[in-house]
Design a protein around this ligand. Structure first.
Ligand SMILES: [Zn+2]
Ligand SMILES: [Zn+2]
Length: 322
């Protein structure tokens, strides 16, 4: 099968072995996949990953191996963390924190930038019929954004600063704004901030050393090691910083500032699929303005390069045409 393969450099292979589902797994034919900032970090050494990257996808179940046969033919997306299924964390529903877990396209498990992938059947979520592939591919990143609301009680009238105007930052602003909080997205790209403004969300563009406004909640989604210290600068005393960036590099942190201002720091990764699917299906969240380009899979390398270009929010790979 065709697959994008990373082993220090990224290349498109035409003869990569089609994966074989293990017991309890499904074989999924990928329809649409999306390139994520994490994929670009994987390409810089994050998790020392070797294999097929990609974890945001929509596909059709082709077959199952000792799993629910009614899944076959269903259009699905999937949770990306695959726990051992045996340990205490897995049995208490915390598979995403299983110490033995593999993660689709990120950690010891081939991912979605290929014609086929495998995932445990229990990770799969059926996609509602009316939701197009190009929007359903946002379910996984949107679920990760809903995790913010699980971890931090956002009240109407709270002030929330979102650092970063990439897809995560913009999706956070859409979701948090629906709670009645006063949200400001701070980024460096006018064309991306415009997408937030179109939904009546406040924006701020560019660096300004004199800017000192404090917020109840700061969501760090810059995708950079430096973003955290900016978050500390703008967190109110007793406020909360939610960290979304997973970066291959490390930055210096002055912990004393967190102590003095009694700031809570929350790491935030994958999240609940149900509210993400519901929000998209009911059109409460409109992800269409985030789609910058759709590339046929044969031009996947070009799609990766496009993702790093200025002003580009989300690039999709279309595997539907042969
Ligand atoms: Zn992602
Ligand atoms: Zn486990």
């Amino acid at each position: 099968m065709k697959a994008l393969f990373y082993d220090g450099s990224l290349r498109l292979l035409h003869d990569y072995a089609r994966p074989v589902p293990s017991k309890g797994e499904a074989l999924i034919r990928v329809l649409v996949a999306a390139v994520c900032g994490t994929d670009l970090e994987v390409g810089k050494g994050y998790k020392s990953f070797r294999g097929v990257p990609g974890h945001e996808f929509v596909g059709v179940v082709e077959s199952v191996n000792e799993a629910d046969p009614s899944l076959v033919g269903k259009r699905v997306t999937g949770e990306i963390n695959c726990g051992c299924g045996l340990c205490g964390r897995c049995s208490s529903g915390m598979e995403k924190h299983c110490n033995e877990r593999t993660t689709l396209g990120i950690d010891r498990r081939d991912g979605a930038f290929a014609e086929y992938l495998t995932l445990p059947a229990r990770n799969l979520w059926e996609i509602p019929a009316g939701l197009p592939d190009e929007e359903a591919v946002f379910i996984e990143p949107l679920a990760a954004v809903y995790e913010v609301l699980e971890q931090c009680h956002v009240r109407p009238g709270d002030t929330v600063l979102v650092l970063g105007d990439g897809p995560v930052g913009l999706l956070v602003s859409f979701v948090v704004a629906r709670t009645g909080a006063r949200v400001v997205v701070w980024g460096r790209h006018e064309e991306k901030l415009r997408v937030a403004r179109a939904q009546n969300i406040g924006t701020r563009n560019g660096d300004d050393a004199a800017y000192r406004e404090k917020f109840d909640i700061v969501v760090e989604a810059t995708g950079t090691a430096e973003g955290f210290n900016v978050a500390v600068d703008h967190a109110e005393a007793r406020g909360t910083i939610i960290v979304k960036s997973t970066v291959a590099g490390r930055g210096e942190i002055d912990l004393s500032r967190l102590v003095v201002d009694e700031i809570t720091v929350v790491g935030s990764r994958c999240g609940p699929f149900a509210p993400a699917i519901s929000a998209l299906a009911r059109r409460l969240i409109d992800v269409r303005p985030l789609i910058s380009a759709v590339f046929p899979f044969d031009r996947a390398l070009e799609a990766f390069a496009r993702t790093e270009e200025k002003g580009v929010i989300k690039v999709l790979l279309d595997l539907r045409q042969p």
